[in-house]
Design a protein around this ligand. Structure first.
Ligand code: NAD
Length: 483
């Protein structure tokens, strides 16, 4: 696949590609080469204001919230079709922008965007309220109405899936929106805006404002005329967004935040399968996954053998150009992320953990890092507590089921957890005892759009996916009339 041409580099507001008010631009960089791919118009507060005005006008006076759900669905389905016709090009954009494996983007992420659109298109004409039987002489019923103008703030690790996980249910609900992709990966979002227009989404309904968190992002979360914010990103930023929402118009927020997910591998596990699962769990998407199995706990009976085999296999992991189909791990998304991961690795070494393999950059160009495994890790160490968001596993032993549960829960996060065992009793007991939003038994990264996804504890609240996500973008109005 040849490097794609970048066609869309301006803000998308009110159905048009426009320059930013300030004329400012920012660079987006190819993490394989460290070269600039494109200069992107940079949205600041003024641009967000213009985008919100367009979205408000489209919400208050435009056809989108008023049209029958089936009509909205038709347009969403058309958009999905157009995306399908451009799968290769969009997948390549996410690869050059974020270092993601091209084969994965093409086979999974972009098709998933279409699936998400189709799922919520199917729900758009099934939104209804209730009629209440009362003891009074009243006709009393409720309506489900779109929440209004929504702000979506998106991270860089899954630019496509995160975009649609937020945009599709909001569209189905009849909302209009302002979307801020991450500054590291704005390219596919702008392409999607172009296809949305071709698909028939009316002007002003969907606005895309690439820019930085502290300016464009903050302008969205503190905006007095945005009715709700849906955010995916770090816990630290989630806190700022919630604060900004509280200090402005008290808009509801939903926060999909960070994780430090454990996987518990029991003595009865097939060791080779468990090794594959643990490595996929931490190295998929170069560890830049909120649900990554970054803490691996292995029961003492198989620990030594597991450690030997996981290290051997990690050493064979293929790191390189994400367009190469043989490659298993591409570059980290940005220089900042690359530096952050290496600094965590230094911390691990200086805190006294044992480095079993990896720990260094790969090559001298691009943001590549070796698959890295630490053992002799203590609970208090930074590498055991903080989300590294890179290809860094910590490996520890446990004795009993209770010990495993205690270790799994010993984190401020609660996004995901894994259990590897053939014993159903263990799987059921442990899955009920771990405080996390999703539990994977003998698997990793298994999702379905119909199944809600989100965190416990400091991994946030609110759910993407499923009908629960649709309800984030709806509000209930009760209507009473005497009879
Ligand atoms: P981040 O919080 O730095 O940025 C996420 C988005 O927020 C970006 O668009 C950024 O520009 C914006 N932002 C930054 N500061 C802001 C501010 N003050 N106000 C408003 N917006 C602001 O996170 P990241 O580094 O892009 O993404 C990695 C994080 O995302 C990890 O912690 C990861 O676990 C998390 N994540 C969570 C999920 C989930 O579903 N729970 C999924 C993917 C990623």
């Amino acid at each position: 696949m040849a490097t794609p041409t970048v066609k869309f580099t301006k803000l998308f507001i009110n159905g048009e590609f426009v320059d930013s008010v300030s004329g400012k631009t920012f660079e987006t960089v190819d993490p394989r080469t460290e070269e600039v791919i494109a200069e992107i118009a940079e949205a600041t507060k003024e641009d967000v204001d213009i985008a919100v005005k367009a979205a408000r006008e489209a919400f208050d006076c435009g056809p989108w919230p008023r049209m029958p759900g089936a009509e909205r669905a038709k347009i969403m389905l058309k958009w999905a079709q157009l995306i399908e016709q451009n799968v290769e090009e969009i997948a390549a954009l996410d690869t050059i922008d974020g270092g993601k494996l091209f084969s994965w983007c093409k086979a999974v992420d972009v098709p998933e965007a279409c699936n998400i659109l189709r799922y919520y298109a199917g729900a758009a004409d099934k939104i209804h309220g209730n009629v209440f039987k009362t003891s009074r002489d009243l006709h009393l019923y409720s309506l489900m109405e779109p929440v209004g103008v929504v702000g979506h703030i998106i991270p860089w690790n899954f630019p496509t899936v995160m975009f649609f996980a937020k945009v599709a249910p909001a569209l189905a609900a009849g909302c209009t929106m302002v979307i801020k992709p991450a500054e590291q990966t704005p390219l596919s979002a702008l392409f999607y805006a172009h296809l949305a227009k071709l698909g028939g989404i009316p002007d002003g309904v969907l606005n895309v404002v690439p820019g930085f968190g502290s300016t464009a992002g903050a302008a969205i979360s503190s905006h007095m005329d945005i009715d709700a914010v849906s955010f995916t990103g770090s816990t630290e930023t989630g806190r700022k967004i919630m604060q900004a929402a509280a200090l402005s118009n008290l808009k509801p927020v939903s926060l999909e935040l960070g994780g430090k997910s454990p996987v518990l591998i029991f003595d009865d596990a097939d060791i080779d399968k468990a090794v594959d699962l643990a490595l996929f769990g931490i190295l998929h998407n170069k560890g830049e996954i909120c649900v990554a199995f970054s803490r691996v706990f292995v029961q003492e009976g198989i620990y030594d053998e597991f450690e030997k085999r996981v290290v051997e296999k990690a050493k064979t992991w293929v790191v390189g150009d994400p367009f190469d189909p043989k490659v298993q791990q591409g570059p980290q998304t940005s220089k900042a992320q690359f530096d952050k991961i290496l600094s965590y690795i230094d911390h691990g070494k200086s805190e006294g953990a044992t480095l079993l393999t990896g720990g260094k950059p790969v090559g001298n160009k691009g943001y590549y890092i070796e698959p890295t495994i630490f053992t002799n890790v203590k609970k208090e160490m930074l590498i055991e507590q903080e989300e590294i968001f890179g290809p860094v596993m910590t490996l520890s032993k446990f004795k009993t089921i209770d010990d495993a549960i205690k270790k799994a829960n010993s984190s401020k996060y609660g996004l995901a957890a894994g259990i590897v065992t053939k014993n159903l009793d263990i799987a059921n007991t442990v899955s009920r005892s771990i405080r996390a939003g999703i539990i994977w038994i003998n698997c990793f990264f298994a999702f379905d759009i119909d199944c809600p996804f989100g965190g416990y504890k400091m991994s946030g609240f609110g759910r993407d996916y499923g009908l629960e996500a649709l309800h984030k973008y709806l509000q209930v109005k009760s209507v009473a009339t005497p009879i």
